[in-house]
Design a protein around this ligand. Structure first.
Ligand code: GTP
Length: 171
């Protein structure tokens, strides 16, 4: 047996932001996928940090599936929100989705941690994590711990810092 904690995390963000690529990187080597295709609906994956076993719901970011997200809010103990930091125009759309999430009855009153990945930091035009947090107005989040990491899901840079922070928030 082991005394590891278990946590369910909901991974959301617009289509093409890199959610599935991030989760694939976090999984143990033997279960990684060669080809990441656009997520239909959602998929369930698992990964661990030294302290926590995470079950992650990788939600499709495509417009027609975004209404699925809210059905999983109630059971989520943490949120992972992925942003394509190279696409400044779409950060505005991401903010609309984030604001709806934070205002949802199953999220609003809860003190669950929110981890942001400012992903695709490797692209030349990408915004810094500070610029992303300004555009998303993260300083307005009052009743939740949040953290933003710049990441490159292709190399894994930034991912472990993020999930380590997340596992430190799990009680
Ligand atoms: P949906 O399933 O449609 O919601 O998309 P998603 O958020 O799961 O995105 P996905 O992981 O499928 O990645 C979309 C594309 O971005 C793929 O071509 C990835 O290879 C690419 N990508 C993901 N992360 C990075 C990154 O950090 N840098 C760069 N340059 N490309 C990335």
């Amino acid at each position: 047996g082991s005394s590891k904690k278990e946590a369910q995390v909901l991974c959301v963000g617009l289509d093409n932001s890199g959610k599935s690529t991030i989760i694939n990187r976090l999984k143990p080597d033997e279960s990684t996928s060669e080809d990441i295709v656009a997520t239909v609906g959602f998929t369930v994956e698992r990964f661990q940090t030294p302290g926590v076993r995470f079950t992650v719901f990788d939600m499709s970011g495509q417009g027609r599936y975004r209404n699925l997200w809210e059905h999983y809010y109630k059971d989520a103990q943490a949120i992972m929100f992925v942003i394509d930091s190279s696409d400044k125009m779409r950060v505005v759309v991401a903010k609309e989705e984030l604001d709806m999430l934070l205002d949802h009855p199953d999220i609003r009153v809860r003190t669950i941690p929110v981890l942001f990945f400012a992903n695709k930091m490797d692209l030349r035009e990408s915004l810094t994590s500070v610029q992303c947090s300004r555009l998303l107005e993260l300083e307005k989040i009052k009743n939740k711990q949040w953290h933003i990491c710049a990441s490159n899901a292709l190399t894994g840079e930034g991912l472990h810092e993020g999930v380590q922070w997340l596992s430190d928030q799990i009680k």
